[in-house]
Design a protein around this ligand. Structure first.
Ligand code: Q0Z
Length: 286
């Protein structure tokens, strides 16, 4: 870290340059809800997300190469290859939720995909759909059509990003469902490397980049509880917070309950104990 140059901050992560070819992604324990970062941290949240993303990178290497080089012993820092990132978010939806549900209600379509009539909120889609979005530097990502995304990255790159995103989602969603977690939707970010073409970057298939729902509580026809953030949301509703900055401090029981859910997601999905990860983060790569 001594000579790492800080490149930027996300809501809950920091990005550093190690040299011309390598970056360091550091996941903090910050948590955001309703787009506001709360003043209270969830201990080990950044380690859970780092370990989960690395687990998925290792498991999906036959589908697509990825940027992962190493996980540092702190369990929250990922050394990765520096890529030329595509200017689109590669979102895949297997269920109708969030902006997909909103757009469907207005137009019967999501990002140019015409969907069957009569779908309810949180229904499973007949097939997963690729719903690209622009990367908003401020405010919210905006859904765009495939034609608009193809204009931004080129038709060939677009087709490849769509194919890889759907394949990654299908593989991960099936794996997660066997372990009791519905991945309702997820966002991938791809970059380009000189010799490998499209390379999966950023973090992937974590609860921060996806909607995770507990499968045993799945009841379409309304919003679903969040696997990881539901205690935080319930608390925020209970105290009547207006969902604008600043957010409320979280009481100890909400912090510990939320930490438990993150660790539980890690253990269910990886089949590893989180303590084993803390002792040697590379266990997720085997
Ligand atoms: C990821 C981000 C964060 C702020 C750039 N392998 C890569 N090569 C080039 N660029 C990136 C990556 Cl992962 C890259 N972000 C998102 C992460 C803080 C923004 F930790 N931006």
């Amino acid at each position: 870290m001594a000579d790492a140059v800080h490149l930027g901050s996300g809501k809950v992560r920091e990005l550093y340059a190690l040299d011309d070819e390598r970056l360091l992604l550091v996941a903090s324990d910050r948590i955001s809800t309703f787009d506001v970062v709360l003043p209270t941290e969830i201990p080990d949240k950044g380690r859970v997300l780092t370990g989960l993303a690395a687990f998925w990178f290792a498991r999906t290497r036959a589908i697509t190469p990825n940027h992962l080089l190493a996980i540092r012993s702190d369990g929250r820092s990922t050394e990765c290859r520096r890529l030329e990132m595509l200017p689109i978010e590669c979102v895949v939806r297997g269920y109708l939720s969030g902006s997909g549900w909103k757009d469907y209600g207005k137009t019967g379509e999501v990002c140019g995909h015409r969907l069957p009539t009569g779908l309810r909120e949180s229904d499973r889609l007949p097939e997963p759909i690729f719903t690209p979005a622009t990367k908003a530097t401020t405010g919210h990502d905006e859904n765009i059509t495939g034609a608009q995304a193809a204009a931004l990255v080129g038709a060939e790159r677009f087709a490849e990003a769509e194919r890889l995103s759907i394949a990654l989602y299908r593989s991960a969603a099936a794996f997660a469902l066997e372990r009791g977690i519905i991945i309702a939707d997820t966002k991938f970010e791809f970059g380009v490397s000189r010799d490998e073409g499209l390379v999966l970057g950023d973090e992937a298939l974590t609860p921060d980049s996806s909607r995770f729902w507990p499968a045993d509580q799945y009841t379409p026809g309304g919003p679903q509880p969040s696997y990881d953030k539901q205690y935080v949301r319930d608390y925020c509703e209970k105290i009547g917070w207006g969902k604008t900055y600043p957010g409320p401090e979280l009481p100890p029981d909400v912090v510990s309950g939320t930490r438990r859910r993150y660790v539980e997601a890690f253990e269910q999905l990886t089949g590893l104990s989180f303590d084993a990860y803390l002792a040697n983060p590379s266990v997720v790569l085997k």
